[in-house]
Design a protein around this ligand. Structure first.
Ligand SMILES: NC(=O)c1ccc[n+]([C@@H]2O[C@H](COP(=O)([O-])OP(=O)(O)OC[C@H]3O[C@@H](n4cnc5c(N)ncnc54)[C@H](O)[C@@H]3O)[C@@H](O)[C@H]2O)c1
Length: 357
């Protein structure tokens, strides 16, 4: 391994620059190449970052300067690419969701284990300071008995957004709001309050009649710890407001709005609490509420820095795909519940029929 880790980004679309900026700003990483079947996109990004352009993954994987590949392809293409990268001995960061099925997710995990490479998933919102504070407070029991864990993602996407690329209107490719937008926040609830035991969901298309997918999700989740949760996810609600997650327990309440700690209140007040309440109050960064690229690369940068450090220190990454599998399971349970119009107990198995609409 060279002193700095070389990164290749597979897929030079919307999210690629978030990875590229993160690599450039991280300590110990450098951009080596972009790869896209759309040559213009690969060339453009490569020129911007002084990197090479490849037009097929096979070609990019032969580049000995690449140690890590960020898989930033449409959701349904993650699995094959991750397995191919692993077999070529490259560490991988896959964008969310890890894959579109549990079977594929397990297969990717297995392929990376066999190849001895690391596999992280970009559910980077977990790394936000305010979320980490919530996680610590849950771990140390400051909420008392956790009663509620809720997420509200009331966003807006135009009709044109859904027609900007064929996969964006394909439910099977994960273009519905549940996989494409709410996934991060469902993941946060799973991370903070999980595992989940039961899901009941309803899905609707409220404002995008030209596409056959859900632009709105309403769900109830029961968690094994006894907490219950409500999730509202939508891309129909103009102009789109910052996502909100809320934890309520017998002894405390925390509410994060966007990146801002809006409420942080515990019966056992500590000296640090006053400062925690100010977190993010100066932030004017949006969280993709009104448009797909309206967010900062800070959280992706933390994920990429962790990958660099994990390789150097030969340790597990901070967000292994194993830890995101339960989120995908909740999401798949939501589709099954909505399709059957009844609650679904976890664990679930893959059911391909849920993608029909
Ligand atoms: N973590 C986040 O906050 C976040 C934000 C946005 C998107 N995402 C995820 O990132 C992934 C990509 O989303 P996007 O919005 O950038 O999509 P996009 O459509 O803008 O970009 C995908 C790119 O992949 C290319 N591509 C398709 N098949 C290819 C192949 N076989 N080989 C090489 N290139 C190929 C396309 O030409 C396109 O340029 C999705 O999984 C999405 O869910 C995550």
């Amino acid at each position: 391994m060279t002193e700095t880790l070389g990164f290749g980004i597979l897929g030079a679309g919307l999210v690629a620059p978030f990875h590229a900026k993160s690599v450039s700003d991280a300590e110990g990483g450098r951009m080596v190449a972009f790869c896209d079947i759309d040559r213009e996109r690969a060339d453009k990004r490569a020129a911007e970052y002084g990197a090479r352009a490849y037009y097929s993954l096979e070609e990019m994987l032969e580049d000995p300067e690449i140690d890590v590949v960020s898989v930033a392809l449409p959701n349904h293409l993650h699995h094959d690419a991750v397995v191919q990268c692993a077999r070529a001995g490259k560490h991988v960061i896959t964008e969310k969701p890890p894959a579109m099925s549990l079977r594929e997710t397990d297969d990717m995990i297995q392929a990376c284990k066999e190849a001895g490479v690391k596999l992280a998933c970009a559910v980077q919102s977990r790394l936000r300071k305010a979320v980490q504070a919530m996680k610590q407070a849950v771990g140390s029991g400051r909420f008392g008995k956790l009663l509620h864990a809720d997420a509200f993602i009331k966003w807006f996407r135009t009709q044109e957004y859904y027609h900007s690329d064929p996969w964006r209107s394909s439910r099977r490719s994960g273009a519905g709001v549940t996989v494409q937008h709410a996934f991060h926040y469902i993941d946060l609830l799973q991370y903070l309050a999980g595992p989940a035991s039961r899901v009941q969901a309803r899905m609707a298309n409220l404002a995008h009649p030209s596409v056959r997918l859900e632009d709105t999700l309403l769900a109830f989740v029961d968690f094994e710890c006894g907490a219950q949760g409500v999730i509202e996810g939508s891309t129909a609600l103009w102009p789109g407001t910052d996502a909100r997650i809320e934890l309520n327990g017998t002894d405390g309440t925390a509410i994060v709005v966007g990146e801002r700690m809006a409420t942080w209140q515990f019966r056992d007040e500590t000296p640090e609490d006053e400062q925690i309440r100010t977190w993010g109050s100066a932030a004017v960064r949006a969280t993709a509420a009104g448009g797909p690229a309206d967010f900062s690369h800070a959280d992706h940068q933390a994920l990429i820095q962790d990958m660099i450090n994990a390789v150097r220190e030969d340790r597990e990454v901070i967000i292994p795909v194993e830890s995101v599998r339960p989120t995908l399971e909740i999401v798949l349970a939501m589709y099954q519940s909505a399709a059957r119009n009844r609650p679904v107990e976890l664990p679930v198995e893959d059911d391909d029929s849920v993608w029909e609409w």
